[in-house]
Design a binder for this molecule. Structure first.
Ligand code: 5GP
Length: 206
């Protein structure tokens, strides 16, 4: 039987929303059935990080060579360092019929959106804006100016969600993971994705 191409799952969202935490929790679960695409970065390893496990750590020159050779699906410069997704790994894994999971920042996600329109784009969002505002006010530690500028930043970040198919609130990590898994399951059942297989069956291809 012909293998269907895997699904490209992109988890992104504003910085500080907890993308890394959700991704790590998902991949610590034994029944998670996606392949994590290990990113390339020019950032120095943090204590405990292992090359080829957490990231592929590259020099600036090596990274720019990868860009020049067109070997990255997407890349972005974030807080002074490059981060990018290896194209060959993603393609080979999808071709083998396995789902690939990217956890990347928003500039990179919008590049993937352009290149892989049938990917699954999930925006991880902070709990509601009003809750966030209430928390900022309620803490009583910030001046009104600081509260106002944080609320403004939160609004800008939330506006980025219009590029995504689904929004997952990260109120609790295990709930956010359950929602991501539910979305992926539903996406696999989407008619447009499965009907090709049934049409092939009807034609007697398998
Ligand atoms: P950190 O340095 O904390 O590991 O990651 C910083 C940011 O880079 C996070 O928002 C993370 O999601 C993002 N990131 C990690 N890998 C990639 C990648 O391959 N491409 C892009 N565009 N962002 C990435």
């Amino acid at each position: 039987m012909r293998k269907e191409r895997g699904l490209l799952i992109v988890l992104s969202g504003p910085s500080g929303v907890g993308k890394g935490t959700v991704r790590k929790e998902l991949f610590s679960q034994p029944d998670t059935n996606y392949e994590y695409s290990i990113s390339m970065t020019t950032r120095k390893p943090r204590e405990g990080e292992v090359d080829g496990v957490d990231y592929f750590f590259k020099s600036h020159e090596e990274f720019e060579q990868l860009i020049g050779e067109g070997r990255l699906l997407e890349y972005a410069s974030y807080v002074g360092n490059y981060y990018g997704t290896p194209l060959d790994y993603v393609n080979a894994t999808l071709d083998a019929g396995r789902d690939v999971f990217l956890e990347i920042e928003v500039q990179g996600a919008s590049q993937v959106r352009d290149k892989v329109p049938d990917g699954l784009f999930i925006f991880l969002a902070p709990p509601s804006l009003s809750e966030l505002e209430q928390r900022l006010v309620g803490r009583g530690t910030e001046t009104n100016d600081v509260i106002a500028s944080r609320c403004l930043a939160a609004r800008d970040e939330l506006e980025m969600m219009n590029l995504y198919d689904f929004v997952v609130e990260n109120d609790e990590v295990h709930l956010a993971c359950d929602r991501v898994n539910a979305i992926v399951t539903a996406e696999h059942c989407r008619r447009e994705r499965v009907e090709k297989r049934y049409l092939s069956m009807l034609k007697g291809e398998y």
